[in-house]
Design a protein. Structure first.
Length: 108
């Protein structure tokens, strides 16, 4: 979305679109699921857990980080990743809002 068009939407709408775009790849979903499962920072094991090359995983991590879904910290010679709680909460709030939707009795 061009900068001129994104200004027509709220900050939250733009953030949710960025999150959704970053999550729109099965490898990124797998990375997020791995981080959820581990419940802690994950360093080198992401490459061991997924059937992808290290460079490919690095690119997916870059996209997730750019969207604010994960954060990374340097630990020795590697970077450890974990989920960014604030972004996860924003996504959770939106999905909860969707899950409580009830279709009107007269809908197209």
């Amino acid at each position: 979305m061009g900068a001129s068009k994104s200004s027509a939407f709220t900050k939250r709408q733009n953030q949710l679109a960025l999150i959704a775009k970053a999550l729109a790849h099965p490898a990124r979903i797998a990375i997020v699921e791995l981080l959820l499962k581990k419940q802690s920072c994950v360093c080198g094991t992401i490459v061991d857990e997924l059937p992808l090359a290290q460079a490919t995983i690095s690119q997916h991590l870059k996209e997730l980080k750019a969207a604010g879904i994960i954060k990374g910290s340097i630990a020795g010679n590697s970077i450890c990743y974990c989920l960014e709680q604030k972004t996860i909460q924003t996504l959770s709030d939106f999905l909860n809002q969707l899950s409580t939707y009830t279709s009107p009795s007269k809908c197209c």
